[in-house]
Design a protein around this ligand. Structure first.
Ligand code: UD1
Ligand code: CA
Length: 473
């Protein structure tokens, strides 16, 4: 009912752009991601390479305008189903378009013609390989359009401008973007460069894009030619400047590593601002989606992969590796722990050194303090798994589940051969190989009788040394 009322209110104001009530102006963002990225020397499409545990494309899609009045299109290469899937995973509202032949950035934008034809107040073009761009920058770029500019181009001062399009500015107005290959020696000295991100007034965007030709040294349709067309129409193109760090394009593995380092610095800073204690921040690796409660401490040399949440008061000790895991309040992990996907630790749970967990729920107060593997398992509250406890979850063909009841005690060096259930409060004798379910409060010992032979050691030594001169004698 409420949604219907909102639509009526908007329809009552026909002269205002659709979406005006919520966001001011509507937008269409087109993300170009059709490149193979040959310089990555990888069989994976470039935009799927990760930075902080998330693909380059996902970073751009998260920063692009979202919500009411926004539309998103991603231009992908032929046979890039994986890119298509990734786009829709992060932005289910995304529409993807295949650019069959790579004929340049303007040609790529026009692959999304169908989305363009629907119209939007602002048309934003972004590249799928610039993962450090922020949502604020997209907003800054859109601002001049409100003031009447036809085109806003994101620029930056390049430490080394080689390879970038140069922004040519006359009397404060952007007159052209010159690609490296087409630039004169004087133009090559210009350090103000094109980041690749642009925002067009949506009313004229399509007609401008259609005017772009391919009379240049590469014979490609250059999006950058839009600037001269705008100027020739007597319309205004402007530059919005940002830092080089934010618009680093990724073409090589070395640049991927640089972007990782910039992103990690940002994530560490944000974590500390949110109250996380990082003793040696430069040694801690976070993922873009890591979430923290209050008073979390992370010791030096910890790697956190995607999908990790760490609740209030938890401590992650040194040299731990964690991915797709949820860590409960006041839990303690490591040192030297490996929490693999599907791990969930309850409040106050303790995972000690050289313990590996996978697809395992460990309820509140569970202790697994040393040298264990807990996989495909559920462990009830306050159970204690002794050193060397192994859940034997795999028989070489399929995985099986181990269930351990609350307050159970599993003696050291026990093998729990799944599928198997250990009851609440049950007690497993050290060294047991448990293959049958153990009832609640039962004691299970699976172990051969011990045989002590009186004087046996003496007789054994005599046997071994008979006829030999003792060493050192
Ligand atoms: C482009 C800009 C340059 C700018 C630089 C910033 C043009 C003509 N040049 O150059 O001014 O300084 O980015 O990094 O726009 N793509 C497609 N289909 C194509 C061609 C490209 O989808 O046919 C995509 C690529 O996958 C990439 C982006 O567009 O995500 C940029 O293409 P790229 O070839 O890297 O352009 P540059 O030569 O770096
Ligand atoms: Ca590039």
């Amino acid at each position: 009912m409420r949604a219907a009322a909102a639509t009526v209110a908007e329809d009552d104001l026909p002269r205002l752009p659709k979406g005006f009530l919520m966001s001011g102006r509507t937008s269409l963002t087109i993300v170009l991601a059709a490149g193979e990225g040959t310089r990555m020397r990888s069989s994976m499409p470039k935009v799927l390479h990760p930075v902080a545990g998330q693909s380059l494309l996902a970073h751009v899609l998260s920063a692009a305008p979202k919500g009411v009045g926004t539309a998103l299109a991603v231009v992908i290469g032929p046979n890039h189903q994986a890119v298509d899937d990734e786009a829709k995973r992060y932005r289910p509202d995304a529409q993807t378009f295949v650019q069959q032949d790579r004929k340049g950035t303007a040609h790529a934008v026009l692959a999304a013609r169908q989305a363009l034809a629907r119209g939007a107040d602002d048309l934003i073009i972004a590249f799928g390989d610039t993962p450090l761009i922020s949502a604020t920058t997209f907003e800054r770029l859109r601002a001049p359009l409100k003031q009447g500019a036809t085109l806003a181009v994101l620029g930056f001062r390049a430490a080394d401008p080689t390879g970038y399009g140069r922004l040519l500015v006359e009397n404060g107005r952007l007159t052209a973007i010159r690609e490296q290959a087409d630039a004169s020696p004087a133009e090559r000295d210009v350090t103000l460069c094109n980041a690749g991100v642009m925002a067009f007034d949506g009313r004229t965007a399509l007609s401008i894009l259609e005017k772009i030709g391919h009379a240049n040294s590469k014979g490609e349709y250059y999006l950058t030619d839009a600037v001269t067309i705008v100027r020739d129409l007597g319309l205004e193109a402007v530059v919005i400047e940002t830092s080089e760090d934010e618009v680093r394009g990724i073409n090589t593995k070395a640049q991927l590593a640089e972007a990782e380092s910039v992103m990690q610095a940002r994530l560490r800073k944000a974590a500390m601002e949110a109250g996380v204690t990082l003793i040696a921040p430069e040694t801690v690796f976070l993922a873009a989606d890591t979430t923290f409660g209050k008073d979390v401490t992370i010791e030096p040399f910890v790697v956190i992969g995607p999908g990790v949440s760490i609740a209030d008061g938890a401590v992650i000790h040194s040299f731990s590796h964690i991915a797709q895991a949820s860590i409960g309040k006041k839990a303690s992990v490591g040192p030297y722990a490996r929490l693999r996907p599907g791990t969930s630790l309850g409040e106050g749970a303790r995972i000690g050194n050289f313990v590996e967990t996978k697809a395992a729920t460990l309820e509140a107060g569970v202790k697994v303090n040393h040298l264990s593997y807990v996989g495909d398992a559920h462990v009830g509250a306050n159970a204690n798994l002794g050193a060397g406890t192994i859940t034997c979850n795999y028989d070489g063909f399929s995985k099986h589940k181990t269930e351990i009841g609350s307050n159970a005690f599993v003696g050291t060096n026990s093998s729990l051969v799944a599928p198997v259930k250990i009851g609440n409060g049950a007690y497993i004798g050290s060294g047991s190989v448990i293959t049958r379910d153990v009832p609640d409060d039962a004691m299970a010992v699976e172990r051969n009788q011990q045989n002590n032979r009186e004087g046996g050691a003496v007789r054994y030594r005599e046997l071994k040394t008979r006829g030999k001169t003792p060493k050192g004698g």
